[in-house]
Each structure stands twice: as C-alpha cells, then as structure tokens.
Write a protein that binds this ligand. Structure first.
Ligand SMILES: C[S@@+](CC[C@H](N)C(=O)[O-])C[C@H]1O[C@@H](n2cnc3c(N)ncnc32)[C@H](O)[C@@H]1O
Length: 285
C-alpha cells in the first residue's frame, strides 16, 4: 500500500473481468458450465423472437451458443455479431460456427462497455448472462443502446438473487476464498448476481436511456453431474489455496448434498429474469 495508507487503483475498465474471462483454467471447463445455462436459452429465445433478415448483437456471447441459434433464425439475409472480452471463448465460438458453415455470423474480441462494434444499427441486442460484469453498467448499457436502431430491442437473461440460485457455490466457499479486490470509487463490483434485484436492473436500463422496460421471472431446474457447476480448475481459479483444497471439497460436498438426486446427479434450481427494453432514440451512425 502506498505511503499514507491510500489505496492505488489502475485506471483500466473491466480489468479484473478481462483477466478472469481470459484465463484458460476457467474456459477449459466451459462446456460443462454450458450444461447449466443452455437450458435457459429456449426461454430467452422465445422472448427475443428474432425475424428473418434482422441484425443482432450478442453481448458477452462466450462460446457462442445464442449467437449460433440467432444466426440460424435470422437466416442468410440477416447478420449476428457476437461480442466478448474472452479470446479463448471466442475461439470456441468460431470453431462451432465454422463447423456449422454459418456465413452470417461475426465475432468481435471487444469490451461492450466502451467499444464500437461494426454493423450498427442493430435491430436487436441480446445476451444470455453476459451483461452482469461491467464495472460501469450505465455506461455499458448506454453503449449497447447506441448500437440499436430507433425501436430496436434489448433482451437479456440475468440471474435472480443468489438466495434463489442455490446451485452457486460462492457462499459455501466464502471461508476458503480470498476476499474480492477493492472496487475503485465510482465503479461497480461485477458478478453474476449484480442484476438480481429487478428495481436495480430497471434503473440501470432507464439511466442508460432505454424505455418500456419489462421483465419475466422464470424458475426451472436442471439435472446434471457435479462437474456442471464445479471442478478443480474452478477452485484454483477462485484462489482456494493448496492447503484449503480438502476443506473446500468438503464444503462443496455438503453444499451439493442438499441438491443430490442420484450417485453423481444433482437437481440445480435456476432462477433468472428475462428483461426487455426498447431504444426510442435516433442514434448517430
Ligand atoms: C456467464 S458468461 C455467458 C456467456 C454466453 N452468453 C453463454 O450464455 O454461455 C459471461 C460472458 O460475458 C463476457 N463478458 C464479460 N464482460 C464483458 C465485456 N465488458 N464485454 C464483452 N463481454 C464481456 C465474458 O467473457 C463471458 O463470456
């Protein structure tokens, strides 16, 4: 710590998240993690309801699950731009797109909080759990809005509060992981549950200039093995020290026991909101 006890922060947007999402230990387990989130996709897609020929921006596209399905829905006369700060996840998305031979899909390694994405104005901005990690959410949502045409819609899925999502192991591991880094003044702490409170998420959307904000609360459950939500790479990544690994495993086992329905089979209750908002402003090209 510098003299005088002042805490020094680096002035880089989303720095922590950039490091986190570009960590190979995390991304190698991604296809397991997708077993949880891909069950949300049909609910999200139903609200998005894309039309043939539309231009779609997929924010925080990760391994591209939603981008790929949108590209099929909008067809060859439409276009999908998937945006993510994670190079390894974009590589996975590109591989999947090439396998399917889709030509109406582009991926951009960019920060949606600040960057301009080629192809605007878009008809739709969409996201499946990719908009909770901005350190300036109003700025980021404002940037997303400026990529939309007048009348364009923003539809995204975000987790409800942590208490509604007992699949998450964060609380169970609190005693063995280091505390999160300090948040720089004026910045928001990112995390999967930051939009869990509907009033808070709605204010961010309104402050960013969106109108006609609606949400639908949805609860489902997914059956899967423990690896769907946790593995050794995640523990390393969360910073669990070597000497606490045994304790962490015990805590996870106790946590998972409440959800167990078979030998290595668990019922994970998922609670999320699907938000819809509209851009009614004319944006400069
Ligand atoms: C929970 S994952 C969701 C990925 C994907 N949408 C899915 O459903 O599988 C969150 C994604 O948001 C991306 N992300 C986080 N901050 C971002 C930012 N500032 N700009 C663009 N993408 C970001 C991460 O890299 C990650 O791929």
């Amino acid at each position: 710590m510098p003299a005088g006890g002042a805490v020094r922060f680096r002035l880089v947007a989303n720095e922590g998240e950039f490091l986190r999402w570009n960590d190979d230990r995390w991304t190698s387990a991604w296809t397991d993690r997708e077993k949880l989130t891909s069950s949300v996709s049909p609910y999200l897609s139903k609200v998005i309801a894309p039309q043939r020929g539309q231009l779609v921006l997929d924010v925080g596209c990760g391994g591209g699950g939603i981008s790929l399905s949108m590209a099929e829905e909008v067809g060859p006369s439409g276009l999908v731009a998937g945006v993510d700060i994670s190079a390894p996840l974009l590589e996975l998305a590109r591989k999947r797109s090439n396998t399917l031979g889709l030509s109406n899909l582009q991926f951009h390694h960019s920060d949606m909080q600040s960057d301009d994405i080629e192809g605007r104005p878009f008809d739709l901005a969409v996201s499946q759990f990719g908009v909770m990690f901005f350190d300036e959410p109003v700025v980021a949502f404002g940037n997303i809005r400026r990529h939309l045409r007048r009348g364009g819609r923003f539809v995204f899925a975000a987790w409800q509060a942590l208490e509604m999502n007992p699949w998450h192991i964060g609380t169970a591991l609190r005693s063995v992981v280091p505390p999160p880094p300090l948040t720089r003044p004026g910045k928001s702490a990112p995390g999967p549950f930051t939009l869990g409170e509907v009033g808070h998420a709605t204010s961010i959307l309104l402050d960013a200039g969106f109108t006609d904000v609606f949400h639908t609360a949805i609860e489902i459950s997914v059956i899967g093995p423990a690896s769907t939500i946790v593995d050794r790479s995640l523990l390393d990544f969360m910073g669990v020290p070597q000497e606490s690994l045994k304790r962490a495993s015990d805590l996870i086992e106790r946590h998972l026991d409440r959800l167990r329905v078979g030998a290595d089979e668990y019922k994970f209750p998922l609670a999320f909101n699907v938000f819809e908002a509209t851009n009614t402003q004319e944006n400069a090209k």
